[in-house]
Design a protein around this ligand. Structure first.
Ligand SMILES: [Zn+2]
Length: 302
């Protein structure tokens, strides 16, 4: 019995192990080429692609060794989340297909369509946008909002503009208690009635907006925020920030107290600069950004 086992071991690699080795070598070759030529961004894209390929190899290897019997879509989503192969630009992976017909694994960042099969679409889209603006800043050396936004909507930012996505407000307001939010907005605003604010928020749910970047220099943070089409056109024509009532700070969505009663953006342009002020307050008063945002008229949604 013991001899048999030793013999088996002498056979060398199993097919599954070989697949993994081949995948690792392919990754090493691909990555070393781009790293040694100093092209970091391409390196990340290559690593991402290689990781998605190795994810497929892991799936195949586990399948062949009988560890995975019947994986439904939920199981597959879970599998790609647990696997150590992840996107170096923090893009979210989504998977479609089957063992019979093969799998397609897309990256929310590098495939640029943001269509995560799991998770919050709005969050993966803003994560990609933040990453894109940071990459642009690395290229241009820009440090102020005005310069960064001009670069972003200019020639230098052309390849990054695809990360400006149309996002449904329904995605942000999903599972949010609209009455409670309406109460907070009207209370902070000091006028208006809760019921019509709630109706207005309900109306927002049918709308989609473009998410564009603002750079809060005081916090050294890229802050994605919602704008309507006409504001977006103005940004493209050289303005550096526009009206908005919804922004994304430190992993959370915020509504402004000036949120409009007819489901449109607020009417004053100070809104985005108030986020920069919140970062300044947080630093000077040594308080959490969440509290500083509140002091500056922003309500955390989720
Ligand atoms: Zn990626």
């Amino acid at each position: 019995m013991k001899i048999m086992m030793v013999k088996n071991k002498d056979k060398g690699f199993t097919l599954a192990e070989l697949l993994v080795v081949v995948a690792i070598i392919a990754i090493l070759v691909a990555v070393s080429i781009v790293i040694f030529t100093g092209k970091q961004k391409e390196a990340r894209a290559t690593v991402c692609e290689a990781n998605r390929t190795s994810l497929k190899h892991h799936l195949a290897a586990d399948y062949m060794s009988g560890e995975l019997d019947h994986l439904d879509q939920g199981g597959l989503d879970e599998y790609i989340k647990m696997d150590e192969a992840v996107c170096p630009s923090k893009g979210t992976y989504s998977i479609t297909g089957s063992f019979e017909n093969g799998f397609q694994i897309k990256c929310g960042f590098h495939d640029g369509d943001g269509s995560g099969g799991s998770g919050d679409e709005s969050k993966s889209a803003v994560t990609n946008l933040i990453e894109a603006v940071e990459a642009l800043m690395g290229e241009t050396g820009d440090k102020s909002n005005d310069d960064i936004i001009k670069s972003f909507f200019g020639k230098a930012g052309e390849k990054y503009q695809k990360f400006v996505k149309d996002i449904n407000m329904a995605d942000i307001l999903k599972n949010v208690d609209l009455k409670a939010l309406a109460k907070q907005i009207t209370k902070m605003n000091g006028n208006g009635d809760v019921e019509s604010m709630e109706k207005s928020l309900e109306a927002y749910k049918n709308k989609s907006y473009k998410v564009v970047p603002y750079y809060a220099a005081n916090g050294k943070k890229v802050v994605p925020y919602y704008v309507n089409q006409s504001s977006y056109d103005k940004l493209k024509n050289g303005k550096t920030h526009e009206q908005s009532s919804v922004c994304y700070v430190d992993g959370h969505w915020y509504f402004n107290k000036e949120t409009n009663y007819n489901g449109t953006a607020v009417s004053s342009a100070y809104v985005m600069t108030s986020v920069d002020k919140a970062y300044k307050d947080a630093k000077e008063k040594n308080i959490k950004i969440e509290n500083a945002m509140k002091d500056n008229g922003w309500i955390k949604v989720k």
